[in-house]
Design a protein around this ligand. Structure first.
Ligand code: NDP
Length: 452
């Protein structure tokens, strides 16, 4: 039998790669991992974690104005970006250290280097060293993409936002996905004048229409200058600012322009196609349900496969890969009914089918309620929340649950369990309400608002 340097060589030290490497090592496998940038990957270094800390920072102005309405004598001072940024990066350094230690403590050999493929069992590091492995796991993640247009190089992406020397006064955000909407809300909360262009008819394409409609309305109420059906035509430098011409005929000046126009898998110049790894049109690694590529010794997990690009999904894919390959227990990844949250203000939490997708499959009943929550209402706020269930008219199963509300991310994690278990509307109804909460409405909606 051929002797390999390692049983597993992981390329990429993000959520999926680190989890797979660690768990494989715990089975006794000899594991190596190469990372060319920082350990922790997109989620920890330039995604979910710093983003969520910025969400927290951006929510204080609302909390302070609510505190005043509740009788507290507080004044809102200025936001000190430099202070926050220093703490933010110290926290990211701490987390990166934890990721490195996880690998070290589990006996994973790490290389701070770029790795490319030589053949189905051989990788080459940036310094030319070669290592062989029985299995190779591709976990290189993705990166932001910027449209090809005049002046695009003047814009930044979400990678840069955590490193800005100062917060801009006026900012344009292009896109209508998770990242564009989350950062529009964050920066608006931090006091930046935010304009957002989205080329489509409504932000957050693919999510439930009613839910995304409410998010858009609330974002506007909160001060985001959202333009739908609008895209950027060109950008050029104008003194210290950027002049932007748009498809709606506008000609505006901004201090920063951020593209949140999607992400692409990190597969370029890796030698993948050359050794027979099949790639899709977007450059993503094509895999089967066990995350195996067209080269049997090579597997891939996470954003590099462009299946469901979420950290917990990459982690699951990594775990299933180890179970399949190192525990001889073939385990397909379950991509059905994944709960997710969009950290806009208000948040959206969602699991299962949108009303539109469910209606296309069969008859449904829709239970929905929109109201001003107690806390905000008392403080004189106008914010509304939405609780919505999409129910199959035949089986009574809850096919989708959509919540737009402060804390919706926390709520949907729990509602997701019920939906994943196949709960019916009557199961929801049998559950006693927790009073007084916003989420009690999810078990007290008696009549459908419509059937379709
Ligand atoms: P998305 O693919 O979600 O959104 C990209 C947006 O950019 C869409 O609105 C798209 O429009 C628009 N767009 C694409 N190309 C162009 C163009 N040439 N000109 C103008 N607009 C364009 O990507 P994101 O970058 O927002 O996020 C990437 C992924 O990361 C998400 O899908 C999600 O999986 C993950 N993520 C998850 C988060 C969470 O869990 N909270 C947070 C952040 C990211 P159109 O709709 O018309 O195609």
């Amino acid at each position: 039998m051929q002797d390999f340097d390692f049983d597993l060589f992981v390329i990429g030290g993000g959520s999926g790669g680190v989890r797979a490497g660690r768990v494989a090592a715990q089975t006794g496998a000899r594991v190596a991992l190469a990372e060319e940038d920082r350990y922790g990957g997109t989620c920890v270094i330039r995604g979910c974690v710093p983003k969520k800390l910025m969400v927290f920072a951006s929510e204080f102005p609302t909390a302070i104005s609510e505190a005043r309405a509740y009788g507290w004598d507080v004044q809102q001072g200025a936001f000190d970006w430099a202070h926050f940024k220093t703490k933010l990066h110290a926290e990211l350094d701490r987390l990166e250290g934890i990721y490195r230690n996880i690998l070290k403590n589990n006996g994973v050999t790490t290389f701070d280097a770029r790795a490319t493929l030589v053949d189905g069992h051989t990788v080459m590091l940036g310094d030319g060293r070669r290592f062989t492995a029985r299995h190779i796991l591709l976990a290189m993640g993705g990166r932001p993409v910027v449209p090809d247009m005049p002046g695009a190089e003047l814009g930044i992406t979400s990678n840069d936002i955590f490193h800005l020397p100062e917060l801009p006064k006026r900012m344009l955000i292009i896109g209508g996905g998770y990242i564009a909407c989350e950062f529009a809300c964050i920066l608006n909360g931090l006091g930046v004048e935010v304009t957002q262009f989205y080329r489509g008819a409504q932000i957050l394409r693919g999510f439930d229409d009613e839910a995304r409609g409410l998010v858009a309305e609330e974002m506007r109420q909160n001060g985001v200058d959202l333009h739908l059906g609008t895209n950027i035509l060109s950008m050029q430098k104008d003194g210290a600012q950027i002049r932007v011409l748009a498809t709606n005929g506008s000609d505006m000046l901004f201090d920063q322009v951020m593209f949140a126009t999607g992400r692409a898998p990190n597969t370029a110049a890796m030698g993948l196609a050359e050794i027979g790894v099949n790639l899709g049109r977007g450059g993503q690694v094509l895999v089967d349900e066990y995350s195996q590529t067209s080269v049997p010794s090579i597997y891939a997990v996470g954003d590099v496969t462009d299946r469901v690009n979420l950290t917990p999904v990459a982690i699951r894919e990594g775990m299933a890969f180890v179970e399949t390959v190192f525990n001889a227990n073939p385990t397909p990844v379950d991509h059905d009914l994944i709960p997710t949250a969009i950290f806009t203000q208000p948040e959206m939490g969602t699991v299962g089918l949108s009303e539109e997708d469910a209606r296309a499959k069969g008859p449904v009943e829709i239970y929905a309620t929109s109201f001003k929550p107690m806390r905000e209402s008392f403080a004189g706020g106008t914010q509304r929340v939405l609780m919505k269930l999409v129910v199959c008219a035949n089986t009574r199963k809850v096919l989708g649950c959509h919540i737009v509300a402060p804390g919706a991310g926390e709520m949907i994690q729990l509602a997701g369990i019920a939906v994943k278990m196949g709960a019916t509307k009557e199961d929801f109804d049998r559950t006693v309400a927790v009073h007084p909460t916003m989420s009690e409405e999810i078990v007290t909606m008696k009549q459908p608002v419509r059937s379709a």
